[in-house]
Ligand binder design. Structure first.
Ligand code: DX5
Ligand code: ZN
Length: 222
């Protein structure tokens, strides 16, 4: 089961509700919601208010990627604003296990995000609290960056770990990749083991018309 999660970071913010509706109507599965605080990453984007604003425009899961430090304080607000899944960077949390538990206590699925240089060892003692592993194939902070090829080996390593965990527990943890995913590399990324794909500029970068089907071909190509 492959899921496409367009990142609205590259969408037209002057008509965000329409962008969300149309990209899901074109076949996307989730909405990837990039939160940046200009502290943990050198950029500033959107918060719970915008999540609340887009919530009525789609039934699709809103996948909130927190690039913020600290993590815990903002979790309840995103849960209240309609987030379905909240993922965060372990380096940005004082207590990773507690942050994962907090996300689930607020009714959301919990994800752990790994920057290109962040070792998978952060998973060692929290696998039971994780619903999704997100591997960054760019350094976080901006859309439109180039895919870092080294991410493929890390994906393969993560796939082996998650398959072994599923074998043992019967519980599947989703494996998401984020950054520089395009139509010409997504097949290789899928072969390396990802099942959920974030794509920002590959999706929203192309279209600029008012045609409600403007995303059909680009989503179909992924
Ligand atoms: C980067 C974000 C990504 C980014 C993806 O920090 O987490 O989700 O928006 O954009 P593209 O697909 O253009 O690399
Ligand atoms: Zn992201």
């Amino acid at each position: 089961m492959f899921r496409i999660a367009p990142s609205i970071l590259s969408a037209d913010f002057a008509r965000l509700g329409e962008e969300v509706r149309d990209v899901i109507a074109s076949g996307a599965d989730w909405i990837h919601f990039d939160v940046m605080d200009n502290h943990y990453v050198p950029n500033l984007t959107i918060g719970p208010l915008v999540c609340e604003a887009i919530r009525p425009h789609t039934e699709a899961p809103i996948d909130v990627h927190l690039m913020v430090k600290p993590v815990d304080r903002i979790v309840p607000d995103f849960a209240k604003a309609g987030a379905n899944l909240i993922s965060f960077h372990p380096e940005a949390s004082e207590h990773v296990d507690r942050s994962l538990a907090l996300i689930r206590e607020h009714g959301c699925q919990a994800g752990l995000v790994f920057n290109p240089a962040t070792p998978l060892a952060w998973l060692d003692h929290v696998m039971d609290r994780v619903d999704l592993v997100l591997l960054m194939s760019v350094n976080p902070g901006f859309g439109g960056q180039k895919f870092i090829p080294g991410a493929l080996d890390k994906l393969r390593e993560a796939r082996v770990r998650l398959d072994a965990y599923e074998e043992k527990t019967g519980r599947r943890i989703m494996l998401q990749v984020d950054g520089g995913v395009k139509a010409d590399n997504i097949a290789e990324i899928a072969r390396a083991g990802a099942d959920t794909f974030v794509a920002g500029s590959a999706v929203f970068g192309a279209a600029s018309t008012d045609d409600p089907h403007r995303y059909d071909s680009v989503i179909g190509a992924l």
